[in-house]
Design a protein around this ligand. Structure first.
Ligand code: PEP
Ligand code: MN
Length: 365
């Protein structure tokens, strides 16, 4: 008999649940109409005065058994859900998000495509030091069939007394060598006022880790018609990284390449900690190509090859690494740049690895 009574009560509760559900959704429909009216009238969706009035009305009319604070809490949750209902989901989604654009953005750099499912290599010296130095690296790259060359002309150095780069002269060297070998240039710009000038020299504007949240620089890069390689900040979360890219796309430039270059952690065995899982996360969350810089993330020559393999295996669109004809005398990052024979061995190994992958793994994104 007792179970029968329990069943009866539960059935009653379920009937009320269904009534509540119906009422909530009826309420939701009206709330959406209110939202449309607010848009037409240009008034803000959130109205704290109105919310207060409703909460007071609930307090006055509450006959229990629930405490007034309890029903008010429940109603506040309903208010919050209603406000979300009034917001256009699509409007909230970031322009860089897959939600906004499901298909991959393909960045075309002088015919070399990033984001089309093929995997590329971006190689070159840390800093431009001389025409001969850049030329030697370019020659080796050309022999390996590579066309994307990096090289810093403006160097963001930790110490103001360290080599700061050759500046515009460095860009001139890069352009000259690139034209000679039919290659494309990726070089960092530090100052928003230099963006216009850089268009004459570079094929891709690099925004470095130290400038990931230099919003004026991001906006300036967003206003030009040139691909931008954006590096993840030294201590930036993935969300902050994605928002930094949003600053660029919001100005109209959607030719953005994201670069994971390691983040600062307590680990000292490597210069930074390569956040390899950032690659599939960024590819799921955004439609942009993702590059892994194995030089700055590890700071160790012996780790370049295994981390590059990891990057290719996890679905990166390109691997970036530094090459110098004589790393021992390099003016920056001498501990981790590869010399030419090391670069050749690195490339041979990776090209084999890449074709093996292409034969066996189908990347889902
Ligand atoms: C670079 O790529 O030259 C560089 C300075 O790297 P990051 O900004 O990632 O430190
Ligand atoms: Mn470097």
């Amino acid at each position: 008999m007792k179970t029968h009574e329990l069943d009866r009560l539960r059935q009653k509760v379920d009937e009320i649940n269904l009534q509540l559900l119906k009422l909530l959704n009826e309420r939701g429909k009206i709330v959406k109409e209110i939202g449309e009216q607010k848009t037409l009238q240009g008034v803000k969706r959130f109205d704290p005065v109105r919310e207060r009035q409703v909460l007071d009305m609930i307090a006055e009319n509450n006959e229990g058994p629930f405490e007034t604070s309890t029903v008010q809490h429940i109603f506040k949750t309903i208010f919050k859900a209603s406000l979300e209902l009034q917001e256009d989901d699509n409007r909230k989604a970031l322009l860089v998000s897959r939600k906004k654009k499901p298909e991959n953005t393909i960045v075309d750099i002088k015919g070399e495509k990033l984001g089309d499912g093929t995997q590329s290599f971006i190689m070159g010296p840390c800093a431009v030091e001389s025409y001969e130095q850049v030329r030697e690296v370019a020659k080796a790259m050309k022999a390996q069939g590579l066309r994307l060359m990096r090289g810093g002309a403006f160097k963001p150095r930790t110490s103001p007394y360290d080599f700061q780069g050759l500046g515009v002269e460095g860009l001139e060297i890069l352009r000259k060598v690139a034209d000679e070998f039919d290659m494309a240039i990726i070089s960092e710009i530090l100052n928003p006022n230099d963006i216009e000038m850089s268009l004459d020299y570079v094929d891709v504007i690099q925004i470095g880790a130290r400038n990931m949240q230099n919003f004026d620089l991001l906006k300036a890069a967003g206003k030009v018609n040139k691909p931008v390689l954006l590096k993840r900040g030294l201590a930036a979360t993935i969300e902050e990284f994605i928002n930094a890219a949003e600053y660029i796309i919001a100005q109209g430039n959607d030719q953005i390449i994201l670069c994971e270059r390691g983040i600062r952690t307590y680990e000292k065995a490597t210069r930074n900690t390569l956040d390899i899982s950032a690659v599939p996360i960024l590819k799921q969350e955004t439609h942009l190509p993702v590059v892994v810089d194995v030089t700055h993330s590890t700071g160790r020559r012996d780790l370049l090859l295994p981390t590059a393999k990891a990057a290719l295996a996890i679905g990166a669109d390109a691997v970036m690494a530094e090459v110098h004809p004589d790393p021992a005398v390099a003016l920056s990052d001498s501990a981790q740049q590869m010399n030419i024979p090391q670069f050749n061995a690195f490339m041979e190994e990776l090209k084999g690895f890449r074709s093996k992958l292409a034969g066996s793994v189908q990347h889902s994104v």
